[in-house]
Design a protein. Structure first.
Length: 110
């Protein structure tokens, strides 16, 4: 009997997703590109960008310059730029640690 009390339950959603992957045999494909759980949308964008750079063999020498949205930075006031850069640096650090823990053979730039 289905659980009709909680149709939008997070566990139900995860179970449906797992069943779909099992049916499609997609576990190997999705494990390679799985995004970190609990990451914010901006952290996910940074993670994807870092993964792309790492897969191409490029080093992240200046993460703020390489990951920042230049158009957005140009429009921000001085205080907003500082907040944006601090948030970007914190997100980069968190995603770099996550990426390094998942792929110890491919270390991103220090």
């Amino acid at each position: 009997m289905a659980n009709v009390r909680h149709p939008d339950c997070a566990i139900r959603t995860l179970a449906h997703e797992a069943k779909r992957r099992l049916k499609e045999g997609a576990y190997d494909r999705e494990a390679a590109c799985a995004l970190p759980q609990g990451a914010s949308p901006s952290q996910k964008r940074i993670y994807i960008r870092l993964k792309e750079l790492l897969d191409r063999g490029e080093e992240v020498i200046n993460p703020i310059r390489q990951l920042a949205d230049a158009d957005l930075v140009a429009r921000l006031s001085h205080e907003e730029k500082q907040r944006y850069i601090l948030r970007l640096a914190a997100d980069y650090t968190a995603m770099k640690k996550e990426l390094d823990s998942r792929h110890p053979e491919k270390r991103s730039a220090r």
